[in-house]
Design a protein around this ligand. Structure first.
Ligand SMILES: Cc1cc2nc3c(=O)[nH]c(=O)nc-3n(C[C@H](O)[C@H](O)[C@H](O)COP(=O)(O)O)c2cc1C
Length: 148
């Protein structure tokens, strides 16, 4: 069984909701998914030892949330090279954050970006089953790629 870390920041709960559904999708594949707020990940020991990483942040002021930038500086010191990487986040009009995060994972940490790219979901769509299924499917395909 492979282990996936789903680390996210969420101010008003929307990206958190995405994290939970992505985790469900990973679990459908028989793998383990751990959802953690980035505020609980303080050392590189908290980050090392997973088989895949999916990071989530909403977009604020055209960027990932400020605390997420600090979190990525911590990630820089962890052993993430070559590990599968995905990214997600909720938004209302531009939704830049997930792609920015996946870029950093690919080009700075030298991780393997998920072939489906990053996942951004409109905040208002999160009330719909299809959007939540899109999150589950994202986690499911990520988990399938990892194998067991
Ligand atoms: C001050 C502020 C700035 C925002 N800036 C953007 C933005 O630049 N682009 C965008 O798509 N959404 C923007 N949003 C909308 C949030 O991304 C959206 O509400 C999101 O669902 C919040 O996610 P969360 O509940 O996980 O914190 C902004 C929201 C606030 C309150």
């Amino acid at each position: 069984m492979k282990k996936v870390l789903i680390a996210y920041f969420s101010l008003s709960g929307n990206t958190e909701k995405m994290a939970e559904f992505i985790a469900e999708g990973v679990r459908f594949t028989g793998n383990q998914a751990e959802t953690r707020k980035i505020s609980t990940l303080k050392t590189i020991t908290d980050l090392n030892g997973y088989d895949g990483y999916i990071f989530g942040s909403p977009t604020y002021h055209l960027e990932m949330a400020e605390p997420f930038k600090t979190f990525l500086f911590l990630c820089r010191k962890a052993d993430l090279a070559c590990k599968p990487a995905g990214a997600f986040g909720s938004y209302t009009h531009t939704g830049n954050a997930p792609a920015q995060i996946l870029d950093t994972m690919q080009y700075v940490f030298k991780m393997q970006p998920f072939e489906l790219g990053s996942l951004k979901i409109l905040e208002r769509a999160l009330a719909n089953r299809e959007a939540l299924k899109a999150c589950q499917d994202y986690g499911k395909v990520f988990g399938e790629k990892l194998g067991n």
